[in-house]
Write a protein that binds this ligand. Structure first.
Ligand code: CDV
Length: 321
């Protein structure tokens, strides 16, 4: 019997710096209502969905930095979204900046949560692949200071939820094969991803024309190679003068796109996803137990005495080793 999960894309248009959390949460609630009206059980919102994408600015004042972070979840501003989730029976994925209190003090993460259909948080994920740079680089049109403002999370753990095996990733994670494979090895059936991707890539502007293509390429490959659904959701459009891609989409384990947003504004789109469709790929082409060869991965470099440098360069060991 098919295990259908009706999943909605909750794409956001830009959030300007002056927009309040209350205004943004009202937009999220409106997308959730639209999703519920067409039968959604789960809606996926973008990365850092409560504020403007503040890592584009070099900010020195700690209090100003912290103003973009949430110290608890839910909190007064986001409670209406949790209440609506419970009232409608629609779960959600939400990305936000988290200020956590740990034994060592306050730590900042780029975080997502998974909320079930009763409005309860059932999983939390902290972004592993933090792109960009740590120091101010005035030569850039805009900064990408995720390495400055966030600490990396410690990996991917899947969750039994929505009748299947669900995993989360955030933005840059989606470009890395490891993200999907670590969850694929745990039997993931649906990977939820929010993103903020500027069209302009300062260190490699020749990639600008390919940014939508690379977005979809990465997620389609991750879906197919691990026999999983992938749901990718953008915060799109021109935010504080920076244009970001849209292209939110739902991808089947076949690698095919089955639903896609068409605009760069607030937009909801939906697909009925059969979680049992994953098994066709997990049992055949990507049957890991049968076909993966982990003992061979890295064998040649080891045999030759080669090792990978921190920058990925292959260094040959001196002869005689
Ligand atoms: N928010 C992100 O992680 N953005 C990156 C950009 C900087 C390339 C991304 O991979 O989309």
């Amino acid at each position: 019997m098919p295990r259908y999960l009706n999943v909605a894309l909750g794409q956001l248009g830009p959030i300007q710096r002056a927009d309040s959390r209350t205004q943004v949460v009202a937009r999220l609630c409106e997308l959730m209502r639209q999703a519920h009206a067409v039968g959604a059980q789960l809606i996926v919102f973008p990365e850092l969905a409560l504020t403007t994408f503040f890592p584009r600015w070099y900010i020195e004042d700690e209090a100003e930095i912290n103003s973009f972070f949430e110290q608890s979840m839910p909190n007064a501003a986001t409670q209406p979204l949790f209440d609506l989730s419970k009232a409608l029976g629609v779960g959600f994925y939400l990305g936000y900046a988290e200020l956590a209190q740990e034994a060592t003090g306050a730590v900042r993460y780029n975080t997502s949560i998974l909320v079930d259909r009763s409005g309860q948080i059932v999983a939390k994920y902290r972004k592993v692949h933090l792109p960009g740079h740590k120091e101010h680089e005035p030569w850039r049109r805009f900064q990408h200071l995720e390495k400055r403002y966030f600490t990396a999370g410690d990996g991917w753990e899947v969750t039994q939820a929505f009748g299947g095996v669900v995993g989360m990733a955030i933005c840059n994670d989606r470009r890395w094969a490891e993200t999907y494979r670590v969850m694929g090895l745990q039997g993931v059936e649906m990977v939820l991803i929010g993103y903020n991707t500027p069209v302009h890539n300062a260190p490699a502007p020749e990639h600008d024309d390919l940014s939508l293509f690379h977005n979809q390429l990465s997620m389609q490959a991750g879906a197919y190679q691990n026999g999983t659904w992938v749901v990718g959701v953008a915060k799109a459009g021109v935010e504080e003068g920076v244009d970001s891609i849209g292209g939110s989409c739902i991808i089947a384990p076949s690698g095919e796109v089955v639903a896609r947003c068409l605009t760069k504004g607030d937009e909801m789109a939906i697909a009925r996803c059969d979680l049992d469709f994953c098994a066709i790929y997990k049992r055949t082409t990507f049957n890991f137990d049968l076909h993966r060869q982990p003992q061979a991965y890295g064998l040649i470099t080891q045999r030759k005495g080669e090792t990978l440098g921190a920058d990925g360069t292959v260094w040959a060991a001196p002869s005689g080793v």
